[in-house]
Design a protein around this ligand. Structure first.
Ligand code: C2E
Ligand code: MG
Length: 416
């Protein structure tokens, strides 16, 4: 078996891809029973810029060589472009995820910061060779939030993927159609003296009805639409701050992945500070812990702080924070995730107490999220937690409701 077919004509990739496609389809047609993996290094360009094209290329070639040894006699490998591969097993594998793990580990051994998407399809599930190839590509591309090493094609996955595509298509139009809006949830100090708000996006889609942020933010992140969503939220919040000088601050949620796009991010900061000179510093940010913060992100957080913005770690406790991460970055504070607040009154209550005292030792202010009951509030007061947010104080408010809330609050004693 000709195990390793390497693409020698990268410059003529258009023609070469077609040639390979035919070869792959012929091979699948011949084998009939097949398991087809497609995998792609999704941060290849980024790696090449950071580590140098030559170095990245050499490391990848090493992986390919190693892969050749590992699957020798079992499978055929095709390279369809500089960062995309196909691995064809002429049988139905019982444990395809194990192969996914092996592929993943082979790459990870050479390039630790590499992000690789692996999909597979098994011939039994597909009607023909073209279908098998498409299914495997779809499994690779699917917006899959699971941590599995490889994503297999399933009809359910296909239907989820189609739903996600509909969301993506509709979201693209939503901003221009005026379907997005912003609501504001109060954050209040436990001594009742200070308050501010968190801005939360809402989407009332003409086609899909009300779509909760948890159903579309991750799609917006994956598709790049998060740039438009965030710009919309930031501008809406700045106008709100302009109309209400009595609002001390409003936090906007920032997906950490946005900080990778430094041109866009710098452009956003320039707009904020040129157009909204008087309001800019009352705009704060919450960065979710969902992805590991990288060195470049610390630079951005420093930049935000230097420009006078408060920056919080959101959903603290659910992500990747480490001590060094907390010490190295000049965060203003952290927001303890609702899941931990729900531990109050149970045997695990000391966990929350320790989180609060850790923050205090590091000079970080603490916001408890999702506070719903008086007894949670009194426990948090006893633990000297600085701020709370949750239905006990108020649910997220529309602009009109926020006006009433502001009237009920009167002038805040101080701005944080
Ligand atoms: P988050 O930033 O942790 O926001 C808090 C979420 O908890 C909000 O959900 C809020 O409505 C809900 N919540 C507040 N108090 C309570 C409570 O007492 N009990 C319960 N059960 N829930 C409470 P929402 O609005 O559905 O937002 C979900 C997540 O979506 C947010 O979590 C945030 O990560 C993301 N998100 C929302 N708006 C934006 C945005 O403009 N940009 C980005 N990047 N993410 C956003
Ligand atoms: Mg938040």
């Amino acid at each position: 078996m000709n195990f390793f077919v390497q693409n020698q004509k990268e410059k003529e990739s258009y023609i070469v891809l077609d040639e390979y496609r035919k070869e792959i389809l012929d091979a699948i047609e011949k084998t009939k029973m097949a398991t087809l993996f497609t995998f792609s290094i999704s941060n290849f360009k980024r790696l090449a810029i950071r580590k140098g094209f030559e170095n990245t290329h050499i490391s990848i070639m090493r992986v390919i060589k190693e892969m050749k040894k590992t699957f020798h006699g079992q499978a055929q490998l095709y390279q369809t472009d500089s960062s995309e591969y196909i691995l064809l097993f002429p049988k139905r594998l019982v444990e395809p995820i194990e192969i996914g793990k092996q592929i993943h580990n082979l790459f990870a051994k050479q390039l630790s910061s590499l992000v690789i998407d692996i999909g597979y399809a098994i011939s039994e599930q597909s009607s023909n060779a073209e279908q098998l190839l498409n299914d495997s590509y779809m499994a690779m591309t699917m917006n899959n939030q699971s941590n599995a090493f490889a994503h297999g094609f399933t009809e359910q996955g296909k239907s989820n993927f189609s739903k996600q595509l509909v969301i993506e298509n509709e979201l693209e139009k939503a901003i221009n159609k005026g379907e997005l809006s912003v609501v504001y949830q109060p954050i209040v100090s436990t001594n009742d003296l200070d308050f501010g708000f968190e801005a939360l996006v809402r989407w009332e889609s003409g086609l899909l009805g009300n779509v909760p942020p948890l159903d579309f933010i991750h799609i917006a992140e994956k598709s790049g639409l998060i740039l438009d969503v965030t710009t919309f939220v930031v501008e809406t919040v700045l106008v709100q701050l302009q109309e209400h000088p009595e609002i001390p601050y409003i936090n906007v949620n920032l997906s950490a992945a946005l900080m990778d796009n430094s041109d866009w991010f710098d452009g956003l900061l320039e707009m904020i500070h040129k157009v909204y000179v008087s309001e800019a510093q009352r705009l704060s940010f919450e960065i979710t812990e969902g992805i590991m913060l990288k060195e470049e992100h610390h630079v951005t957080i420093h930049k935000l702080r230097d420009l006078g913005h408060a920056v919080y770690i959101d959903d603290f406790g659910t992500g990747y924070s480490s001590m060094s991460y907390l010490i190295d970055s000049p965060f203003t504070g952290l927001k303890i995730d609702r899941d931990f607040i729900n531990l109050l009154g149970t045997q695990y209550e000391p966990v929350v107490k320790n989180m609060i005292s850790l923050a205090q030792h590091l000079n970080l202010s603490v916001v408890a999220e999702g506070v719903e009951t008086d007894s949670q509030l009194s426990s948090l007061k006893e633990m000297s937690c600085d701020f709370i947010q949750g239905y006990l104080e108020a649910a997220p408010l529309t602009r009109l409701e926020m006006n009433h809330y502001l009237l009920s609050k009167g002038e805040p004693a101080s701005c944080s």
